[in-house]
Design a protein around this ligand. Structure first.
Ligand code: UD1
Length: 337
């Protein structure tokens, strides 16, 4: 059974990816400092997969621990999720973002190189496109100067990986550029656990529906879009997680060094107001919301050209927006208990 090191494997996308890896016959090995997760997620992973997934509570920028993991296990690939991801916080505290997000990647690459582990999947973002010139946006689009230090770290990390791979003739990497992951595992055993007040849309919606927040503010209804609200490509987190399994199948099949960026989205643009309406229709819960000013740094519209994922990875999103919203709501309800 191939072992895959998953940094940040207890987090939102990381935990769903561990489920998919395990169910596809891999053994994930998790390293996570639990800064943005909870230890009980480990038991939930066991409940879903039937596998007691090895877990190391550590910062993946800690090279001593990382070396120890590589010595204890024959690791054949790494998925690097571990990173800070709050756009607003990154504007307030850029050094934290540059320090954590860059150092953790450098440590992962150095330790992988030392142990001759040649396959890396990197958790990148559509934020690298900024406000795209054409939609849907494909992987050849210009990389724009990021709106936030968080976004800059994704661009820098992609560049670091590209330079590292160029310097070798053995290493291989897929840079997965995620669009907007939402929803939760259909079992409602794992899902998103926002710290404090959620900054992302769907956790804010579900917390408002649950009565934990008074009202959702829609950030702007005077964008140049059909209903005036922003357009995003919302993708079910389990679909996104499955893309990582496909990325490893692709990497393991490559005999030559390679580094390729791939969009992971549905290919469909959906507006914030449409999403709210669909949430109400799907769950039968009326949502209290108001229209507020635009949020600084938001792009008007972004959605994926998802053809490369289909051609290269034989992957495409299967779940609908309604599936995602139903699963997000079911998960929120379990948190209320
Ligand atoms: C952004 C990044 C994404 C990154 C994520 C990390 C872009 C295009 N996307 O996602 O790469 O991984 O942050 O957090 O840069 N909204 C409201 N009210 C709310 C919350 C959100 O109206 O209370 C709206 C936003 O204005 C936006 C949409 O909902 O139009 C989605 O927002 P959010 O969930 O925060 O994700 P992005 O900002 O798209």
């Amino acid at each position: 059974m191939k072992k895959i090191l998953v940094t940040g494997g207890m987090g939102y996308i990381g935990s769903h990816t561990c489920v998919e890896l395990s169910q596809a016959g891999y053994l994930p090995i998790i390293v996570d400092n639990l800064e943005n997760s909870k230890i009980w997620i480990k038991d939930r992973l066991l409940e879903i997969t039937g596998v007691d997934i090895p877990f190391y509570q550590a910062d993946c920028a800690d090279s001593v621990v990382l070396n120890q993991i590589f010595e204890e296990h024959h690791i054949e690939g790494v998925i690097h999720f571990a990173a800070n991801k709050a756009v607003g916080e990154s504007v307030q505290n850029p050094l934290k973002y540059y320090h954590n997000n860059i150092n953790s990647l450098l440590t992962v690459l150095e330790v992988s190189e030392k142990h001759n582990c040649q396959n890396l999947v990197f958790s990148s973002s559509c934020t690298v496109y900024g406000e795209p010139d054409t939609l849907p946006v494909d992987e050849s689009a210009t990389i724009k100067k990021a709106e936030s230090p968080y976004g800059s770290t994704k661009i820098f990390c992609e560049t670091i990986i590209e330079d590292f791979i160029r310097s070798s003739n053995v290493y291989k990497s897929v840079l997965l550029r995620y669009f907007n992951p939402i929803g939760a595992h259909h079992s409602s055993l794992i899902g998103e656990l926002p710290l404090g007040v959620p900054s992302n849309l769907v956790p804010f919606i579900t917390q408002t529906a649950a009565g934990l927040r008074d009202s959702l503010v829609v950030f702007g209804n005077n964008y140049n879009t059909a209903d005036g609200s922003c357009i995003r490509d919302f993708i079910h987190v389990s679909d996104l997680a499955q893309a990582h399994v496909k990325a490893f199948e692709f990497l393991f099949a490559q005999s030559q060094s390679t580094c390729t960026a791939i969009n992971i989205g549905t290919g469909q643009g959906y507006s914030v107001l449409q999403l709210i309406q669909d949430f109400e229709k799907t769950t039968g819960v009326k949502l209290n919301y108001t229209i507020g000013p635009k949020r600084a740094g938001d792009v008007e519209a972004v959605y994926a050209d998802a053809r490369k994922a289909k051609e290269t990875l034989q992957w495409e999103a299967k779940r609908s927006i309604k599936d995602s919203l139903r699963d997000a709501w079911n998960w929120e309800k379990t948190l209320l208990k």
